[in-house]
Design a protein around this ligand. Structure first.
Ligand SMILES: Nc1nc2c(ncn2[C@@H]2O[C@H](COP(=O)(O)OP(=O)(O)OP(=O)(O)O)[C@@H](O)[C@H]2O)c(=O)[nH]1
Ligand SMILES: [Mg+2]
Length: 301
């Protein structure tokens, strides 16, 4: 299956939902009137763009229809695609991995797909011939490091782990020393999603960041926030909190294969102004797509 087919397949549920609703709007109106915009807005909200982003998209479309003297719903559809692409392009969609080693710190609440996403990214990078080191910074549960270890074996990445309950920052310190010794290209750090409270999580992420900055001051660093696409607008609330706590540089949206609300990707990019760099469309190693705004929108509409 080619790249575009895979995104399309992964987004089937959202696309089906949208073609029922949005398809009806574009085919049901021969001219673009106020009712058209109202229905359009409603469809976008249903696809989980969120009220704010849906209203903004419709507003931008109004402006463009006027400026470019668009007449048919078909023309409006193509203009809407362009607008959604522009709303998605809020920064570089590729990972910044310029230095050796580079660091990707992966964060997010429990169960969103952090460890799986790390395994998928590791598979992709080792496939490109890079030396990858996984750091089991989730010491909250013993099973967390075991799960990461399986991904290390599958992907051919190295792993650094300690016992359950160890200080995550100390595991990260070990990981960085090992990466330096082995000449690793990329360090991927897994973190716990479940901590006693927000302050706890904030302290832990802060400590990990300080270690990384101290040990690798010149390195390219990404803070990748993983969000579960099926949680919709709730994910957005989480994202705002993590953005404040941890200085998020990139977002991965997972489980888009399981939801009809893939519009959340647009809501996240637009309301956080942080680039979406990956989307997860399944549980297997190859089910992670590097994000491309145009392909995404074409697969959706
Ligand atoms: N369908 C689908 N399932 C996914 C995707 N990404 C992850 N999962 C599944 O979601 C579940 C949780 O994934 P994990 O990677 O363990 O999530 P986590 O954030 O590391 O969870 P904690 O370590 O408990 O905080 C697993 O069953 C994964 O297989 C995806 O893109 N699509
Ligand atoms: Mg995990």
């Amino acid at each position: 299956m080619g790249f575009f087919e895979k995104i399309r397949a992964g987004l089937t549920k959202t696309r089906d939902a949208l073609s029922n609703t949005l398809g009806g709007v574009f085919s049901g109106f021969s001219e673009i009137d106020e009712e058209f915009y109202e229905e359009l807005e409603e469809c976008l909200i249903l696809a989980d763009l969120g009220v704010e982003t849906a209203v903004k998209a419709a507003q931008l479309l109004r402006k463009r229809v006027k400026e470019q003297h668009l007449k048919s719903a078909e023309e409006a559809k193509s203009a809407l695609k362009d607008i959604l692409v522009e709303m998605l392009e809020v920064g570089d969609s590729a990972l910044n991995l310029q230095t050796k080693p580079s660091v990707i710190l992966v964060i997010g609440v429990n169960g969103v797909g952090k460890t799986t996403t790390i395994g998928k990214i590791a598979t992709r990078l080792t496939g490109e011939g890079k030396r990858v080191l996984l750091v089991a910074g989730d010491t909250f549960r013993a099973a967390a490091a075991d799960q990461l270890e399986i991904w290390a074996q599958r992907s051919g990445a190295a792993i650094v782990r300690q016992n359950e309950g160890a200080d995550p920052a100390s595991v990260v310190f070990d990981g960085i020393q090992s990466a330096k010794a082995k000449g690793a290209d990329v360090i991927l750090i897994d973190t716990a999603g479940r901590l006693h409270n927000k302050q706890n999580l904030m302290n832990e992420l802060g400590k990990i960041s300080r270690i990384v900055n101290r040990e690798l001051p010149q390195a390219s660093k990404e803070v990748l926030l993983v969000l579960d696409g099926t949680t919709g607008q709730n994910g957005l609330i989480q994202a705002r909190e993590f953005k404040q706590i941890a200085g998020v540089t990139a977002v991965a949206l997972t489980k888009l294969d399981g939801t009809a609300k893939g519009g959340i990707v647009i809501a996240v990019a637009d309301s956080l102004q942080i680039p979406v760099k990956f989307i997860g469309v399944g549980e297997k190693a190859e089910d992670l797509m590097p994000f491309a705004a145009r392909e995404f929108v074409e697969a959706l509409l």
